[in-house]
Write a protein that binds this ligand. Structure first.
Ligand code: PFF
Length: 450
């Protein structure tokens, strides 16, 4: 009898997995990268890479996870048939567990800023101007309080388990987020200057499509956006019922994630041009984006401030959107080590204990990063997102393509989809994940390091 938790419905899984995928990477990262990399050309390359490289890797993770029905190390181990691949599973899993915990630590810091930016208009509404200033000024104390508060919120959800925590909260928060984003787009597009932004966003400059830097940025962005290469999708796959058609579910997750990134672009890029129309500088004389990394804290609040009475509701909704998106992603990060510790009989730890213990470890990482912000913050982001996620992604492809027996892959795919042996997916994907994905990913990875 399988007594392990499962998502209770297809909708629940979709909201959880799309919730993991849709995060600061979509609403902040994607539009900023688009603005930095020539508008529509970046969007085009991003869509292409999501379809040809990220979706196949997403499928590898989801399938390995559902087949294993356990934590990352157990799932990789289950498909390994030699001593060498079993040993490699241990090393890869530990690497992924460290990387996902490091991602959670920098993500909590950034999400903490979203929380304080959300609380700023609330404080101002209540007449607490000093508190509002403290919330928006960069300081060690503020960063510590905000980052750790966000982490507490994450543990609070994770503690409730797969159904009542992850699924229930993602199912409430995701629809709310979609409503907020559509409402904000509708408003911003009525403002002067927005149409110019829309034009830049939707007209690709084809001469930039083959620019290697653009391709590397787009690939990194789609991997981060789909939460690949850290075991998150593997663990979410392990909670999916065997009755579901995985090929379809994976495609829905990729489409939902990409659609929300594209929607976020429809909000942020026109908003930047509205800000420019209102006198805020966005691009330097040489065409480079000014303050790309602080775009959402500098340009957008200046834009909101120029809109009179709309300022408070706009910033409230905008930062609520970012905070919600961040929370549904951070819970998926913490779930990876929590599942590993609580399902591993060597540790004798309940889910509650595991989540508190791991949150304490991540809290310690947050504190160390914040005390050494200048030297560590950028380094941790580069090590996790640029170096580790693509590398582990390649290793997952190799596991799915070379180590997992083909018959067993087909059996797994046939669960919930008995006709799969005749499908286009089965004709293409096994060789694709075996040869094409590792080679293409390897090439781009090589380029990005050199
Ligand atoms: N996909 C998230 C985003 O776009 O913000 C980030 C993320 C979530 C990365 C979960 C890694 C992860 F395991």
């Amino acid at each position: 009898m399988d007594t392990r938790s499962e998502f209770s419905s297809r909708f629940g899984f979709l909201m959880a997995a799309a919730g993991s995928a849709v995060g600061l990477g979509n609403i902040w990262g994607f539009p900023t990268q688009t603005a930095e990399n020539g508008g529509g050309a970046f969007v085009l390359v991003y869509l292409f890479l999501t379809f040809v490289l990220a979706y196949p890797v997403l499928m590898a993770e989801l399938l390995i996870g559902r087949h294993g029905r356990t934590h990352i190390m157990g799932s990789l181990n289950k498909i390994s048939h030699s001593e060498a691949s079993r040993k490699a599973s241990i090393v890869i899993s530990i690497y992924a567990l460290v990387v996902v915990s490091l991602i959670l630590s920098f993500y909590s810091i950034v999400a903490g800023w979203m929380l304080t930016s959300f609380l700023d208009p609330v404080a101002r509404l209540m007449g607490l101007d000093n508190a509002a200033t403290w919330l928006t000024n960069f300081s060690l104390e503020r960063n510590l309080l905000a980052g750790l508060s966000f982490l507490i919120l994450t543990v609070w959800v994770i503690n409730r388990g797969v159904k009542d925590g992850i699924e229930a909260w993602s199912s409430r928060l995701m629809p709310m987020m979609i409503v907020i984003i559509i409402g904000l787009i509708a408003y911003v597009l009525t403002l002067d200057g927005a149409m110019e932004g829309l034009r830049v966003y939707l007209t690709p400059d084809f001469s930039r499509v083959f620019d290697p830097d653009l391709v590397i940025s787009a690939l990194g962005q789609t991997f981060f956006s789909l939460s690949l290469g850290v075991g998150t999708m593997m663990i979410y796959g392990s909670y999916v019922s065997r009755k579901e058609n995985m090929i379809k579910l994976g495609a829905y997750v990729a489409v939902l994630d990409t659609s929300i990134a594209v929607l976020a672009g429809l909000l942020i890029i026109p908003a930047m041009y509205v800000a420019q129309h209102n006198g805020v500088s966005i691009y330097a004389a040489d065409g480079a984006l000014l303050s790309g990394d602080t775009l959402v804290f500098s340009v957008l609040p200046q834009l909101f401030a120029s809109l009179g009475s709309a300022e408070i509701p706009l910033s409230l909704f905008f930062f609520a959107l970012l905070s919600i998106a961040a929370l549904t992603s951070s819970i998926s990060m913490l779930e990876v080590p929590v599942a590993y510790v609580s399902e591993n009989s060597n540790f004798h730890a309940s889910r509650h204990r595991a989540s508190y213990l791991l949150a304490l470890i991540v809290a310690a990482m947050v504190i160390v990063i914040l005390f050494n912000f200048e030297s560590l913050f950028g380094l941790v982001i580069a090590f996790t997102t640029q170096i580790s996620q693509p590398l582990i992604g390649i290793l997952f492809c190799l596991y799915a393509g070379w180590i997992w027996h083909r018959n067993s892959v087909l059996e797994e795919l046939a669960q919930g989809n008995p006709e799969v042996a005749n499908s286009l997916f089965w004709r293409v994907w096994p060789n694709y994940i075996r040869f094409v994905c590792p080679v293409l990913l390897g090439l781009v990875y090589w380029q990005s390091l050199s």
